[in-house]
Structures are given as structure tokens and as C-alpha cells.
Design a protein around this ligand. Structure first.
Ligand code: ADP
Length: 477
């Protein structure tokens, strides 16, 4: 790639110089004639000049044809360099002859040597320019030597204008002119070298940028592919999500229908058990009554479980509606404690309720939901108490919120299971072992309700020693 560029560059320069030569060769010819015509001791050398011009033009034409042919096939710059060097040699020779016949350094023809020096700067750079500058200097000195007869060339003597300036002056002039030639070659070559180096840098930069661009394009394509993939995945996820939502909806409907269908016969059974226990259908012997009592309790548990399932479903589907009204919290607590006293009595558990001395301010809550919370926490405290234990329920005003605490001296919660207590359907291993009934849904619902009121629900517990559940409810709720 680089070698090819180099050849192309040299080819362009050569063509350019061939073009230039069509103009400067005749120009030099006419200037030569004018200079000789006006020179002292002039000889007639028109024929020689015409011959030289013809030679220069024919060699330029030859170069033109060869270059055209070369540019069609060759890849190597070598033959081109040889042709260029030959052509520069032809130029040097022509200018040398014109200088000789026009009076040597007594005329200004030596300035023509700048032409091959500049051409060699363009074609060969620093070294080539120095070589051509030295050759030009050599030609200038040679002309002086020939003209002054130091080098005898009798054959061309008739064409020469003899030296009429002192030899010392002519040699000094030659030295100065040669120095100028070399300086022009040197600086010209130096500038070309700088420009070439800059070009190389630029080409390298362009190459690097091309690589960079290619990389970026590759990245871009990769991004494009990823973006398409993402859009596809997004669509798949959207569809999957829609499907899940439909399934969830169906699940909700099934739970709701089944729960309601189950509740109706369970309510009827409850009603029948109640009638039997109340003696409405006749007094039952104590043995039968205790059996009926067990059936009644199981039925109650089933109803509670179905209510919990319905609550969870409503919670998760966002259908759990809240109606906030101002209430006296201690009344709700007292009612709940009273409601649960019979169960506590069955388990021989005592319930102590500590009320704060000045009555508490009313707070805005959903009373039904808070009742569910109280029932769950106090019922758990009774359920997980040891026989003849004590459950302490306390309410306190703590500034911006009311604080409910329910303590028991029951089985406690194992350390390793504490973090799962509020999870759906979770029951601690010691609770399962204690053969207590439960769904593991109560605390999940209670937690959600308390949070919805802007409060917190947490517990302290030590396995085997007891548990205290705490709930706070903000006064501003
Ligand atoms: P469950 O119907 O099992 O009582 P909950 O959601 O109300 O379900 O409680 C979840 C679990 O938390 C219980 O199974 C039990 O292991 C534990 N737990 C709750 N309250 C207490 C308590 N007062 N003492 C000991 N363990 C408790």
C-alpha cells in the first residue's frame, strides 16, 4: 500500500515536471539567444541552440511516452528514478552547453541550474538535491576552466566567448555560485524532508483513525444488534408479564370464588354447632358437648384460614381498601382483650392490660384492619404461651405515635428463623413442634396493615423465654 502510494507520488511529480519542461526548455532557448546576441564578442551559435532545444524536447517526449507506459503496469519506482535522473542529466548538460557558448560566468545563464536543482529536490529529496547542486557547481567551475583555456577543448573553441574577466574573479564567482547552489539544494531538501515526515505522520494518523473508525463501526453494529435483541427481549418480557398478570387475575378469581363458596357452608355449620352448644335442640350430655366443642373450634379455624387467604389475596391484588376514621385505640384493644379472654381462660393464660393514666388521644385508623392486627398479635401471644402463662398488653403515648406492646412468657422465636417471621406462610419450627394450629399468614397481613398506617411492627424474642411484639401507629395517620 505504502510502496504503491510512493510510486504514484513519483509518477505525479514526473508528469508535472514533463509538463513544466515543455515551457521552460523553449524559454531557456530564447533567453540564451537574447543573452548571446547582446554579449560582447558574440559568436553565432543559433544552430547549436536549436539542436539543443530539439534534443531537450525529444528527450522530454521520450520520457513522456515511457512514463505513460510505465504508469499502466509497473509497480516499482526504480525505472522511473533512472529516467528522472537521466532527464535531470540532460537538463544539466543543455544548461552547461548554453552557459559555455553564452560567455560562462560573464552572463547570467548559470541561474538556469536552479531548475534541475529544484526538480531534483522534488523528485529525489535531500540527497538528490545535494548531488545535483554539486554537479551544477562543478559545471560552473568547468565552464570557467574551459573558457580560460586551463582545460583545452579546441573543437568547441570557435563557439566560445573568451574570458575577458580575470580568472581569480571568475573562480571566486564560481565558488559563491556553487555555495548558493548547495545551500538551495540543502534547504530545499531539508524542507522536503520535513514535509515528507509530516506527510508520513499524517498518513499514519489517517491509518490509525481508519482503524479506529472501523472499530467504532464494529461496536456500533454490535450495539445495534444488542439493541435489537433488547427490544425483542423486552417484547417477550412484556408478553410474559401480560400472561402472568392474566394468570394472577385468574388465581385471584379462583381464590375468591372458592373462599366464598367455602364460607357459606362453614357459616351454616358454625350456626348449627352454636345451636347444639347453646342447647337450642335439647340439652347434650357433657361428653357429646365436648365433642361438638372441638368440631366448633375446627370450624372456626377453617373460617379464620379462609378469611386470611382472602385478605392476602386482596392485599396482593391491591383490593384491600382502607377507611380511616378517628378512634380511641385503647377501646379497640380492650374489646379485643375481652373477646379473647375465653380462649385465654381455656389455655389457663392470664391477660394483663396496662392502660396509661391519662386517656390517649384519638388517632385515625381503619378500625377493622387494626382489629385484625390486635387479634393476630394477642391471639399468638396466648397460643404460644406456656400453660398458666401471663400475657401483658400495654399502650403508651410516645409523642408522635402510640406504642402497643404484647408480651408473653411462651416458647419464643428461634434466633435463626427471626428474619422470616413476617414472610407469607412461614411458621417457626418450635411453633410447628408445639402442635399449635396456624397458617403463617397472620403476621404477614398484620405487618402490611401497620405499614399502611405509617407505623412499624417488630418483636424481641428469646427462644424458650418469651416474646414481645411492638406496634407503633402515628397520631397523624
Ligand atoms: P400462625 O398462624 O402460625 O400463628 P402468624 O403469621 O401469626 O402465623 O405467625 C407466624 C409465626 O410466627 C408463627 O407460626 C410462630 O412461629 C411465630 N410467632 C408469632 N407470634 C409468636 C409468639 N408470640 N411467640 C412465639 N412465636 C410466635
Amino acid at each position: 500500500m505504502a510502496a504503491h502510494d510512493h510510486t504514484q507520488g513519483r509518477l505525479n511529480a514526473t508528469n508535472w515536471i514533463i509538463d513544466a519542461r515543455w515551457y521552460y526548455a523553449p524559454l531557456v532557448f530564447f533567453l540564451g539567444i537574447v543573452i548571446i546576441e547582446n554579449a560582447e564578442h558574440a559568436r553565432t551559435v543559433d544552430g547549436l541552440l536549436v539542436g539543443l532545444l530539439g534534443f531537450a524536447l525529444v528527450s522530454n517526449l521520450a520520457l513522456f511516452l515511457v512514463v505513460r507506459r510505465l504508469s499502466a503496469r509497473s509497480n516499482s519506482s526504480f525505472p522511473l528514478a533512472v529516467l528522472n535522473a537521466t532527464q535531470i542529466g540532460v537538463d544539466l548538460f543543455c544548461f552547461f552547453v548554453i552557459m559555455l557558448v553564452s560567455g560562462g560566468l560573464q552572463s547570467v545563464v548559470y541561474v538556469f541550474f536552479f531548475v534541475p536543482i529544484v526538480v531534483s529536490v522534488i523528485l529525489f529529496g535531500f540527497r538528490g538535491a545535494l548531488v545535483v547542486a554539486s554537479l551544477s557547481g562543478f559545471a560552473v567551475f568547468s565552464a570557467v576552466f574551459i573558457q580560460s583555456g586551463i582545460w583545452g577543448l579546441p573543437t568547441i573553441a570557435p563557439f566560445l566567448i573568451p574570458a575577458y574577466e580575470p580568472i581569480a574573479l571568475l573562480l571566486t564567482k564560481s565558488g559563491v555560485i556553487t555555495l548558493v547552489f548547495v545551500l538551495v539544494g540543502f534547504f530545499g531538501g531539508y524542507i522536503t524532508r520535513i514535509i515528507t515526515a509530516r506527510d508520513v505522520l499524517l498518513v499514519e494518523q489517517v491509518d490509525r483513525e481508519a482503524i479506529q473508525i472501523e472499530k467504532l463501526e464494529k461496536l456500533n453494529r454490535a450495539f445495534d444488534d444488542s439493541a435489537k435483541l433488547l427490544v425483542r427481549r423486552d417484547l417477550e418480557l412484556y408478553n410474559a408479564n401480560q400472561k402472568l398478570m392474566r394468570l394472577d387475575q385468574m388465581k385471584s378469581e379462583i381464590i375468591s370464588v372458592v373462599a366464598h363458596q367455602l364460607r357459606t357452608p362453614l357459616s351454616a355449620t358454625k350456626w348449627m354447632f352454636q345451636m347444639l352448644l347453646d342447647g337450642d335442640i335439647g340439652t347434650l350430655p357433657p361428653e357429646q358437648k365436648s365433642f361438638i366443642m372441638k368440631g366448633h373450634e375446627s370450624n372456626e379455624r377453617m373460617i379464620a384460614l379462609i378469611n386470611d387467604l382472602l385478605s392476602v389475596d386482596r392485599l396482593e391484588s391491591g383490593k384491600f381498601k382502607y377507611v380511616f376514621v378517628p378512634v380511641q385505640l385503647e377501646e379497640l384493644v380492650r374489646d379485643m382483650v375481652n373477646e379473647l379472654l375465653p380462649i385465654a381462660a381455656q389455655r389457663r393464660v392470664r391477660i394483663d392490660f396496662d392502660l396509661p393514666a391519662p386517656s390517649l388521644p384519638k388517632i385515625k385508623v381503619d378500625p377493622d384492619k387494626i382489629r385484625d392486627v390486635l387479634q393476630n398479635i394477642i391471639d399468638n401471644a396466648i397460643k404460644y404461651s406456656k400453660d398458666a402463662g401471663v400475657v401483658r398488653v400495654a399502650l403508651a403515648d410516645e409523642g408522635s405515635f402510640l406504642h402497643l406492646s404484647v408480651s408473653d412468657s411462651g416458647i419464643g422465636i428461634p434466633e435463626s428463623e427471626k428474619d422470616k417471621i413476617f414472610a407469607r406462610f412461614f411458621r417457626a419450627s418450635n411453633a410447628v413442634r408445639a402442635d399449635t394450629n396456624g397458617s403463617g399468614l397472620g403476621l404477614f397481613i398484620a405487618y402490611s396493615i401497620v405499614r399502611r398506617h405509617g407505623g412499624e411492627l417488630w418483636f424481641d424474642s428469646k427462644e424458650g423465654e418469651g416474646t414481645t411484639f411492638h406496634a407503633t401507629l402515628p397520631k397523624t395517620a
